[in-house]
Design a protein around this ligand. Structure first.
Ligand SMILES: Nc1ncnc2c1ncn2[C@@H]1O[C@H](COP(=O)(O)OP(=O)(O)OP(=O)(O)O)[C@@H](O)[C@H]1O
Ligand SMILES: [Mg+2]
Length: 288
C-alpha cells in the first residue's frame, strides 16, 4: 500500500529539467572557438517609466550583431517597453521617460546629435498586427520610406522593391501584381511586406514585437525561416510569447519579469539549464 503511494507520488513529481528539455533549440549559438559577433546594442542601467509607474528596472544587456535575441516573459513584464526604447519609440508616449543609456555601436542613441528619425531608420520595427498602408500598392508600401527621403529615381526604386521583397521572401508570390493594394494580401504576406518595407531603408537592426501572434502556423514558419535568413545580415530582437518559437529562432534569450531582466543567456542554456529558478518556473509553465 505504502509502496504504491510512494510510486504514485514519484510519478506525479515532474522534473523541471526534463520538461524544459522538450523545447528544442534549432539555431544554437556557434560552438566554442567560433568568432563571437561584436556588440551591436549595449543597454546600460536602463530604467523606464510611464508617469509614476516604473516599467523597467536597471536593465543591462549586450545584443550581438547578426544574432537573434528573443525576449520572453509574462504579459505586462515590460518586453514591448524595452524594445520600444531601442529605437526611441518609448519617448513618443507623453508620460514616458527613462534613465540610463542605450549604445548603438558604442554611440548613445540619445546623444544630442543623434536624430530619432535616423535611429529609427537604422533600428526598424515590425509589429504584432501587420501594418501595411492599406490603400497604397505593394510597390508603394515598400518604397514609402525611400520616397519620404526624397528618392525619385524610378530605376532605383524598382531595384529596391525587387531586392527588399526578395529579402523578405515575398517576391515570388507578388512579382506579377505589384500594383495591388497592400490590403489585398493575406496576414502572413502583409507581415512579410512590412518586413520588406523595413529592409528597404538600409536597416541594421530589426525589432519584432510578437510578429507571428496574428498568423497561422504556415505563415509563422515562413517568418521564422525568414528570421533565420535575415540573421546573416541583420541583428534581430524578437519579442515572443511562444517559447518554442524563441528556442527555434534565437541564439540568446532574455527572460523578463516585473520590469526586470531576470536572465540573459544563450538560448540553449535558458531552455535546458537556466541559471535562475524564476526562469525555470516560467519555462516549465508554473506561472505566466
Ligand atoms: N502607454 C502606456 N501608458 C502607461 N502604462 C503603460 C503603457 N504601456 C505600457 N504600460 C505599462 O507598462 C508595463 C509594461 O508593459 P509592456 O507593454 O511593456 O508589457 P509586455 O511585456 O509587452 O506585455 P504583453 O506581453 O502583454 O505585450 C505594464 O504594466 C503596462 O501596463
Ligand atoms: Mg507587448
Amino acid at each position: 500500500m505504502e509502496e504504491l503511494a510512494q510510486k504514485q507520488a514519484k510519478e506525479k513529481k515532474v522534473s523541471p529539467k526534463s520538461e524544459t528539455r522538450k523545447i528544442e533549440v534549432s539555431h544554437p549559438v556557434e560552438g566554442a572557438g567560433a568568432p563571437t559577433h561584436p556588440v551591436k546594442i549595449k543597454v546600460e542601467h536602463l530604467n523606464g517609466w510611464f508617469g509614476e509607474k516604473q516599467a523597467l528596472f536597471d536593465i543591462n544587456m549586450d545584443v550581438l550583431e547578426k544574432e537573434v535575441t528573443a525576449i520572453i516573459g509574462p504579459s505586462g513584464c515590460g518586453k514591448s517597453t524595452l524594445i520600444r526604447c531601442f529605437n526611441r519609440m518609448h519617448e513618443t508616449v507623453p508620460s514616458a521617460r527613462h534613465t540610463g543609456d542605450i549604445l548603438l555601436e558604442k554611440k548613445s542613441i540619445f546623444a544630442a546629435n543623434m536624430d530619432p528619425v535616423e535611429v529609427r531608420r537604422r533600428i526598424g520595427m515590425v509589429f504584432q498586427k501587420p501594418t501595411p498602408f492599406p490603400t497604397l500598392s505593394l510597390y508603394d508600401n515598400v518604397v514609402v520610406g525611400l520616397r519620404l527621403n526624397g528618392v525619385r529615381d524610378k530605376k532605383r526604386l524598382d531595384e529596391v522593391v525587387e531586392s527588399s521583397l526578395k529579402k523578405a521572401a515575398l517576391w515570388e508570390e507578388v512579382k506579377d501584381s505589384l500594383h495591388r493594394p497592400g490590403a489585398a494580401l493575406s496576414g502572413g504576406q502583409q507581415q512579410r511586406l512590412c518586413i520588406a518595407r523595413a529592409l528597404a531603408i538600409d536597416l541594421e537592426v530589426l525589432l519584432m514585437d510578437e510578429p507571428c501572434s496574428a498568423l497561422d502556423p504556415i505563415s509563422t514558419s515562413k517568418i521564422e525561416e525568414l528570421i533565420h535568413e535575415l540573421r546573416q545580415n541583420y541583428t534581430i530582437i524578437i519579442v515572443t510569447h511562444n517559447m518554442q518559437q524563441a528556442a527555434r529562432v534565437s541564439q540568446k534569450t532574455a527572460f523578463m519579469l516585473n520590469g526586470k531582466l531576470i536572465e540573459f543567456n544563450p538560448t540553449e542554456k535558458v531552455f535546458t539549464n537556466p541559471d535562475n529558478k524564476l526562469t525555470e518556473d516560467y519555462i516549465t509553465g508554473r506561472f505566466g
